[in-house]
Ligand binder design. Structure first.
Ligand code: HSE
Length: 443
């Protein structure tokens, strides 16, 4: 049978990896897919560079629309990234009846609803395994492997750059800025690292997993997003002494909520988190990714691997190419739905505002070391319905008159914690902005 012809938009690191792995493993891939898969046209703004990378046998064009208009192309791989140009091209490819494989998490998390509706209408597939956790087949696991289950929660280390920075801060006692510089020198972090360090990249990925896990539309705009740029090395150290590691987690969870008609809602949040050191996920170090899923039948499962990089991401792109190759002749109604649930069976469970979320907390206060301070602070916590789990007092490096007070709380309502923090921060004996980091037991 004639090989499937694929058009590639954007020849960067992942595009190069896709070429290399398709070439190296072409026989195995053909035996799995049932026919060969060949990238025959690529579009890149820098045509000279692209020609150097893909060789003579592949046609290189400067205008992506030429790839989309090419009648010989069945599948378009979008590796341009970003929300704007990529969105127009993906919608144009769908309109032209092409199946689309993309690694673009931002595009799916923000415009997924519109893109899936267009694909559904046109009877084509949109595949995005590479968009979440790179080489880990987490979309496949959630959408197909766990299809028997009612998923309860997902917690993932889904940004390698921030995990590398946190590992360096813990291992070497580095400040955030120094660890970020090391990540940039190693090529993990971009020159503008905002999306990684401020949690946006992880929130894109958590949004996509949330939609597939619970059959809700992608709702990036409702995600709570907090990054790691304000984390201090001393909190990583104190957490360690208390038996925890600090990780940037993408969390999505089904929770009971009596105040709303459906009695259930979904949490969708990305923020630094204390995780018990004894959990496997707490020991995921460096730029590695890991996703933990709690589901009713299977229990806890954990998926670990490289979340970025040329060939790990190419591995996910090619898995999607094989899926499309196998399924393109199937009746569109019998294919695996994009978000795991049939489009007419989506749920309308709402995303819980952060102030309605329950978690426990690590608090660090720099306080004047004088009589009655602890009593005032614990008094405010008690009035706002916050129960204390543990307290640790340590002298600060700066002065003998002040001390670090570390408080671990039991689970409480975020709105209550906000109210308590405002009152405690206003106390004269509280000498610096309070550090507040959420805590998850993941059990
Ligand atoms: N920048 C991401 C990370 C990889 O550091 O994990 C692509 O999503």
């Amino acid at each position: 049978m004639k090989p499937i012809q694929v058009g590639l938009l954007g020849v960067g690191t992942v595009g190069r990896g896709t070429f290399e792995v398709l070439r190296r493993n072409q026989e195995e891939i053909k035996r799995r897919a049932g026919r060969g898969i060949e990238i025959t046209v690529v579009a890149d703004l820098d045509t000279q560079r692209a020609k150097g990378l893909v060789g003579e046998a592949v046609k290189v064009v400067g205008n992506a629309k030429e790839v989309i208009a090419n009648p010989d192309i069945d599948i378009v791989i979008e590796l341009i990234g970003g929300y704007t140009v990529a969105k127009d091209l993906v919608l144009a490819a769908i309109e032209a009846g092409k199946h689309v494989v993309t690694a673009n998490k931002a595009l799916i998390a923000v415009h997924g609803t519109e893109i899936f509706a267009a694909a559904h209408k046109r009877g084509v597939m949109i595949c995005f395994e590479a968009a979440v956790a790179g080489g880990i087949p987490i979309i496949k696991a959630l959408r197909e492997g766990l299809t028997a289950n009612r998923i309860e929660w997902i917690a993932g280390i889904i940004n390698g750059t921030t995990n590398y920075i946190l590992s360096e801060m813990r291992d070497k006692g580095l400040a955030f800025d120094t660890a970020l510089k090391a990540a940039q020198e190693l090529g993990y972090a971009e020159a503008d690292p905002t999306f990684d360090v401020e949690g946006v990249d992880a929130a894109h990925k958590a949004t996509i997993m949330s939609a597939i896990a619970f059959g809700i539309p992608v709702q990036f705009n409702k995600a709570y997003v907090e990054g790691i740029s304000k984390l201090q090395a001393q909190d990583i150290r104190y957490a360690e002494q208390l038996g925890y590691r600090i990780k940037l987690l993408g969390i999505t969870k089904r929770v009971r909520h009596e105040a709303i008609a459906e009695k259930e809602a979904i949490e969708l949040r990305v923020h630094p988190c204390l995780v018990p050191s004894k959990r496997l996920i707490a020991n995921v170090e460096g730029a590695m990714n890991a996703v933990m899923i709690q589901a009713d039948a299977v229990g806890t499962t954990l998926y670990y691997g490289k979340g970025a990089g040329s060939e790990p991401t190419a591995s996910a792109v090619i898995a999607d190419l094989v899926d499309v190759t196998r399924l393109m002749t199937a009746d569109p109604l019998n294919r695996v739905p994009h978000l795991a649930f049939q489009p007419d069976s989506m749920s309308n469970l709402s995303i819980l505002p952060m102030q309605d979320v329950h978690t426990s907390y690590y608090l660090r206060l720099v306080v004047a070391d004088e009589t009655g301070v602890l009593a005032k602070i614990t008094g405010i916590l008690a009035q706002t319905d916050i129960s204390i789990d543990a307290v640790l007092q340590r002298p600060t490096a700066e002065s003998k008159q002040e001390t670090d007070l570390i408080i671990l709380t039991h689970t409480c309502l975020e709105a209550h914690m906000n109210a308590a923090m405002t009152q405690i921060q206003a106390l004269k004996s509280v000498l610096a902005p309070i550090v507040r980091i959420r805590k998850e037991d993941l059990s």
